[in-house]
Ligand binder design. Structure first.
Ligand code: GLP
Length: 239
């Protein structure tokens, strides 16, 4: 695993954006695995800025996102579709027809997951998968106890995740209890993994995930077995 220590959040965002942008420059038709959450926001802002300057071209890129809340429509500002559209897709020249997320409005969980698996198989291997890290070690929405060999599946969110994501919703009751997430098997099949982490509140879980035993209780710990992982974290998270 390569570890890049960033001074602070902005430095982390720039370093990680450099890695994604190198990927797109070297392979313009890359398949990018993308993530939501507050951690990648600065990275997306940086990519959009470089696109504006004419340094990046997303016209041949395909994207597949990690996860989506079950029950939220694309128009719902809390949906991950909306997040991706607002923070990246509408700001760069990406072909909307080549941006994929699980369909949160599909009420039939097995159909939603099967459909997304089919999309993932059809776009081919992800060139670089971006990940954030949940406070309980989750990646995507693969919560502690997740089986390592799953593809897309429907999960019940852990209480800690509902509480952590509560800040984006008006009330805790509004936070969806279920989500569709790419499984760890799919995440692990990406050619490269880029994980971004920021803040002192993540220092404990960074230590457990990357320097502790590999266990389903800390889903991100499985990344220790991936041959090409880059962790970009700020000093506070690496403390
Ligand atoms: C969310 C997402 C994850 C994300 C994580 C951390 O619940 N499903 O993909 O990486 O939690 O979020 P944040 O970056 O806001 O701490």
């Amino acid at each position: 695993m390569k570890i890049y220590k960033a001074k602070d959040y902005n430095d982390m965002s720039r370093k990680a954006a450099n890695i994604i942008s190198a990927q797109v420059i070297l392979k313009p038709d890359s398949v990018l695995g993308l993530a939501t959450g507050s951690t990648p926001l600065g990275l997306y802002r940086q990519l959009a800025e470089w696109y504006e300057k004419g340094d990046l071209d997303f016209s041949q890129v395909t994207t597949v996102n990690l996860d989506e809340y079950k029950g939220l429509t694309k128009e719902n500002p809390q949906s991950y579709y909306y997040f991706m559209h607002e923070n990246l897709f509408k700001k760069v020249n990406i072909d909307a027809g080549r941006t994929f997320l699980p369909d949160g409005t599909e009420a039939d969980s097995s159909k939603a997951c099967e459909d997304y698996n089919q999309i993932l198989h059809s776009v081919g291997r992800v060139d670089i998968q971006l990940l954030g890290l949940g406070h309980n070690g989750h990646i995507g929405f693969n919560e502690p106890g997740s089986v390592f060999e799953k593809e897309t599946h429907c999960v019940r969110l852990a209480d800690q995740t509902i509480k952590a994501n509560r800040r984006f919703f008006a009330t805790e009751e509004e936070v969806p209890r279920e989500a569709y997430t790419m499984g760890i098997k799919t995440i692990m099949s990406a050619r490269r993994i880029l994980i971004v982490v920021s803040g002192a509140d993540k220092a404990d879980i960074v230590k457990k995930a990357f320097f502790g035993p590999i266990t389903p209780q800390v889903p991100a710990s499985i990344l220790q077995l991936h041959p090409d992982v880059t962790l970009v974290a700020d000093e506070a998270a690496l403390a």
